[in-house]
Design a protein around this ligand. Structure first.
Ligand SMILES: [Zn+2]
Length: 143
């Protein structure tokens, strides 16, 4: 079996990452005091914030990371016609292909793993174009 991959060991790639932008706001529960005074006079820390302030997710944004050099290529190819008469998922027809990469700069073996589906590009320009496209669409929370 000859397996061709989109990228190879030693290739330079640019990846797309999603970052949440956080904004610090005054806590609405204690109006910035960071504490609550109970009816009997007991003062307790506000459980909703940190000293009157809390971080809220403002929006998420994609950005380009790289250049990164590939040091590990993983390919998983699943192709099965399935077995008639069996009802388990593992006997159904299957067709799937996944490629993922680990890079020298972010760790080989353990560290960030970049899957082709999430966006890997050979040039910064191509990665930036895809980022701009994704950022234009409304981004809600995490993927
Ligand atoms: Zn508070």
């Amino acid at each position: 079996m000859n397996i061709e991959t989109s990228f190879s060991i030693g290739d330079t790639i640019y990846v797309i990452q999603l970052d949440a932008l956080l904004k610090e706001v005054i806590c609405p529960a204690c109006e910035g005091e960071g504490k609550h005074t109970l009816k009997d006079g007991t003062v307790m820390r506000c459980p909703n914030c940190n000293n009157g302030y809390k971080n809220v997710r403002e929006k998420s944004q994609y950005h380009v990371a790289g250049p990164l050099i590939i040091g590990k290529v993983s390919v998983e190819i699943t192709e099965s016609r399935g077995v008639e008469g069996h009802f388990g998922d593992n006997f159904k027809p299957q067709l799937k292909r996944e490629e993922s990469y680990m890079c020298e700069e972010t760790g080989i073996g353990s560290g960030a793993c970049y899957s082709l589906r999430r966006g890997i590009f050979p040039t910064r320009e191509e990665a930036q174009a895809e980022c701009d496209k994704r950022n234009e669409q409304e981004v809600k929370g995490n993927e």
